[in-house]
Design a protein around this ligand. Structure first.
Ligand code: FAD
Length: 387
């Protein structure tokens, strides 16, 4: 950071603002790695940040963003993670908005962007389907043109936050005659449109309502909800997915967890040589990912397929660290934070034990979503190593 003389002052102003303004209730839910943070709390926090013009950190100034450089954005995201604050609304702020800025019509920009900026609308992402995840272009949910409307039938799978979203952006099959990447169209729709049904999928971690299957039965949406040309949604999807790959290494959040494990180990005098060695190895690996992230963000060559390395290693280490956290609390990890009475049985020096098991189980997902580890390895083999 020595190349950025003002960055320290920027960093401390962000840190202080978070410390002074993050609602305690929200901080507690983030510390407990809860997945179902209530909408109103998310909205409240977004608007607190937006008072400073920080609600949409990646947006350029012409759309009302702070117009930060990469380093400022990087530091901001780090402080959010270290300050136990939730990240910005990823589907609207981080994914759809830049896509609309690049591919949307003027009318779509006017309609969609201010509502994201003010947290009036929550969005979800309707890409995956039963049978179309890693092989996304195999998607089959149909949108058929009928006059000035598309009629949608089928279903979307693993839709995060589908149960709290006002709107969905997604990929729909409008033609099946050519190559599977052709005939996909990028559409947006209201989640309360007649014929949309959201069914929550129970997950075994108990971290809260998170993912859903969304069914469409003759859902009619206006043609004006189409982003870009009909049948040409695949290139828009590729752009949107490239936005998703950065930040998935979660280095800052892993650092925060590592620090908590160290505090716990110190507090409880865990003198276990094997544990210390694993902790040290995890920290060294995390630092290596951090340096790689720096190199890719601020190096001379912009990263391409190499960004897959970050996703692969970053999420592996994230899970390794959570396993260490789990081991550090031992059998107390069996106590379930959902059950208030059993939490009363926790020893005073192990308050983390009430939620660590569910976080550990929940975060298995990080090696699946945004491109599974196997898919990242395929990309590295082909596009980076040329084998
Ligand atoms: C918690 C969570 C939230 C999600 N949220 C969303 C969301 O909001 N919106 C959305 O659209 N999607 C979402 N997803 C879906 C996610 O993108 C898919 O789960 C992911 O792309 C994998 O697809 P799949 O589940 O169909 O598994 P599959 O693609 O069927 O893969 C099954 C297994 O086979 C392996 N595999 C697949 N292809 C290959 C290959 N070519 N070579 C080697 N191994 C391979 C995979 O690595 C995996 O281990 C979410 C998933 C999770 C777990």
């Amino acid at each position: 950071m020595t190349d950025f003389p003002d960055i320290k002052a920027f960093q401390s102003s962000v840190r202080q603002y978070i410390k002074q303004n993050l609602p305690d209730e929200l901080r507690k839910l983030v510390i407990q790695e809860k997945m179902d943070i209530p909408r109103d709390l998310q909205r409240q926090w977004h608007r607190i940040l937006q008072k400073k013009g920080w609600g949409c950190p990646s947006w350029p100034m012409e759309y009302g963003g702070p117009g930060w450089n990469d380093m400022q954005h990087f530091v901001f995201e780090r402080e959010i993670a270290l300050g136990d604050a939730p990240r910005s609304m990823v589907y609207g702020v981080g994914m759809l908005a830049p896509t609309i800025m690049k591919y949307g019509s003027e009318a779509q920009k006017q309609e969609i962007l201010p509502r994201i900026q003010n947290a009036d609308h929550f969005w979800c992402q309707g890409f995956s389907e039963p049978g179309a995840g890693s092989d996304l272009a195999s998607l089959k949910t149909r949108a058929e043109l009928d006059g000035n409307e598309y009629v949608i039938n089928g279903s979307k799978m693993w839709t995060s936050e589908g149960h709290i979203a006002d709107r969905m952006f997604g990929l729909f099959r409008t033609d099946s005659s050519g190559k599977k990447q052709y005939g996909i169209t990028f559409l947006t729709l209201n989640m309360d449109a007649p014929g949309v049904e959201v069914h929550t999928i129970e997950t075994y971690d108990g971290a809260g309502r998170e993912i859903n299957q969304v069914f469409f039965r003759d859902v009619r949406i206006p043609v004006t909800n189409r982003v870009g040309e009909e049948h040409q949604g695949w290139s828009i999807a590729k752009y949107l997915l490239s936005l998703e790959r950065f930040g998935t290494a979660e280095v800052s959040r892993s650092m925060r967890t590592l620090q908590k494990i160290k505090n716990l180990a110190r507090r409880n005098k865990l003198n276990d040589f094997d544990f210390d060695a694993r902790l040290t190895r995890a920290e060294i690996s995390l630092r290596a990912v951090e340096l790689t992230e720096y190199r890719m963000l601020f190096g001379e060559e912009p990263a391409g397929a190499e960004a897959s390395l970050l996703k692969l290693k970053g999420t592996e280490i994230q899970n390794e660290i959570l396993e260490l956290f789990h081991d550090a609390v031992g059998n107390y990890a069996l106590i379930d934070a959902r059950d208030d009475t059993s939490v009363d049985n926790l020893p005073e020096n192990l308050p983390e034990a009430g939620y660590i098991a569910q976080a550990h189980f929940n975060f298995r997902k990080t090696e699946i979503y945004a491109g599974s580890s196997e898919v990242q390895k395929n990309i590295i083999a082909k596009a980076v190593l040329g084998i």
